[in-house]
Each structure stands twice: as C-alpha cells, then as structure tokens.
Design a protein around this ligand. Structure first.
Ligand code: SAM
Length: 283
C-alpha cells in the first residue's frame, strides 16, 4: 500500500519533472535510503516528505548525465560502501572480477605464502576500492599476514582513498607516484591495477564519463605496456600482476605480455568480453 501512496505522492510533488528526472530522483532516493522504493516504510515516507524540497531541487540542479553517485558522494563495490567525489573514478562492476581473481589466487597460494607477509600493491588506486575490498575479504577468511600499498598520481584521489581506509578500519600506506616510480626498491607478491586505459577518441565512452577525472579515464596501450614492464621488475620471483583493460586492447597486448611473463591468462567480464590479464612472473 505504502508503495502506491508513495508513487502518487511523488507524481504530484514532481509535476514539473521530466520522466527522466523523475526516474533519476527515484534512483537517488533508493540510494539515499539504501533500499528499494517497494520497501519504504511509513517512517521513511515521513522523512521523504521533509527531504523532497531539498533533494528535488538538487536533482534538477545537476545536468542530465551527471552521475547520481557523485551527488550522493558514495557508491558500492564488491558489497562494500565507498566514499567518492569528482576526484576519483566511480568504481565499475567489471572491476569486481579483478578482486575476485586476486582473492582466489591468494587463497590458492595460502600454503606457499605460509606465515610470510604477502605484499600487495593497488596501483592507481583511485578510491581504493580494489585493495580495500580485497583486504576486507582476506580478513573475513582469517588471513591477516598481508600488507597493501595504495598508490596514485593524484593527491586528491589519495585523500579519498584515505577516507575509505579509515571508514573500513584499515591502516595501510598511501604512495603518491607516477606509474611505479616510487616503488622501484620494493618487491611485491601481487600487483593489482585498473589503469586509465580508455583511448581519447573511443566511441564507447558514456556521456556520464564526462564528469569523471580525465586522468582516471584516458590512457594508451603504451601506458599499459609500460606498467606491465615496470610491474615485472618489482614483482617477487613468483609474483603476479593482474590488470584490467578494454576488450579491444586484449589482442594487441597478448603477445607483448607473453614475451615478458612466464604465463599469461585472459579473464572475461560480466558480458563474457575479454577484460584483463593475469600475468605470472614465475609459476
Ligand atoms: C581507471 S582509474 C582506477 C581507480 C580505481 N582503482 C578503480 O578501479 O575504481 C585510474 C587511476 O589511475 C590514476 N593514474 C592516472 N595516471 C597515472 C599515472 N601516470 N601514475 C599513477 N596513477 C595514475 C588516476 O588518478 C586514477 O585514480
């Protein structure tokens, strides 16, 4: 009953909203209340009545394609909440595969690592969604002998990452660096990265991406190759580099990576498209 009442109420209150604005507002409310409109209670309804003026005008203020996540300043990744702002990329669902693969590999190699610290680098961390999700998952599996460095070229992205680390009760170092320049003396077991890989003239760029940092989006095959080469140098003998790329870049990268690493595997995304590489330095 409340759902129909709510819809009627919203229709009357949002008369001057276009259909698109109404849908966006509903999506916004669902995110704000962290539940579907279907599950709103009378208490939520009362709260909403108070919010409508404030948030209704907010939705109208932003351009049509402005991401809801930036208005709410939060999003969800791998089931965890992350604070975000315009200084970081909005974490994508496809990147969750990278975490899943990393988690699987650490669990598989648990015996090999033994009680030694597992050194991990979240390269180009942005909000920190990859490393933080992995850390939370490892802790859930009672694995605590790991250490994750979070690095990015953007100081503002690192500030967001710091906020997320604090929110998730984690303490790890943040490194401000261009590519892998500051970690040349380190050795890692695992390097994870979702690099900026979109090419500037890409026809696949969604309109909402216009509001995301260009530095987080745009890259090149050269950058992906450079990071694969630099990662190789700072990996331990049996280290692994896992990174995401665009499906159309996979072919060009494959032979390059095969010449560099001992073993190279391609993983696929939710659409079964090739989405990244698992590169093994040793076996
Ligand atoms: C695609 S975003 C990934 C962010 C986050 N890991 C995620 O998956 O949501 C790429 C990140 O690379 C960083 N970046 C861009 N160029 C870089 C460079 N030359 N060296 C280090 N980081 C860089 C950007 O600041 C951005 O945070």
């Amino acid at each position: 009953m409340i759902y129909f009442e709510l819809k009627k109420f919203l229709s009357s209150k949002l008369e001057n909203f276009s259909i698109e604005e109404k849908n966006r507002f509903i999506l916004f409310l669902e995110n704000l209340f962290e539940k579907s409109l279907y599950n709103f209670t009378n208490k939520d309804f009362e709260k909403l009545k108070k919010y409508i003026k404030k948030y209704g005008s907010l939705i109208k203020k932003y351009p049509k394609n402005y991401p809801i996540e930036y208005i709410l300043k939060k999003t969800y990744f791998f089931g965890y909440k992350f604070f975000i702002n315009e200084n970081v990329l909005i974490p994508r669902k496809d990147t969750e595969h990278l975490v899943e693969i990393a988690l699987g590999l650490v669990l598989k190699r648990k015996k090999l690592y033994g009680t030694q610290k597992i050194h991990i680098l979240d390269l180009a961390c942005g909000s920190g969604c990859i490393g933080i999700s992995l850390a939370k998952e490892l802790k859930k599996k009672n694995i605590s002998n790991f250490f994750i460095c979070f690095s990015d070229i953007s100081i503002n992205a690192l500030k967001v990452c710091k906020l997320n680390l604090k929110y998730h009760n984690l303490q790890f170092p943040l490194i401000l660096q261009d590519s892998l320049k500051a970690v040349k003396e380190f050795k890692f077991d695992l390097i994870l990265s979702n690099p900026p890989y979109v090419e500037r003239n890409s026809p696949f760029l969604e309109k909402s991406c216009l509001y995301e940092p260009k530095i987080a989006l745009f890259g090149s095959l050269e950058l992906l190759k450079l990071w694969a080469k630099e990662s190789y140098k700072v990996l331990k003998e049996n280290g692994i580099y896992i990174f995401e790329c665009a499906p159309y870049q996979v072919r060009s990268l494959k032979s390059f990576l095969k010449d560099l690493y001992t073993k190279v595997e391609i993983y696929v995304d939710y659409n079964q498209l090739p989405r990244g590489f698992i590169c093994y330095k040793g076996l």
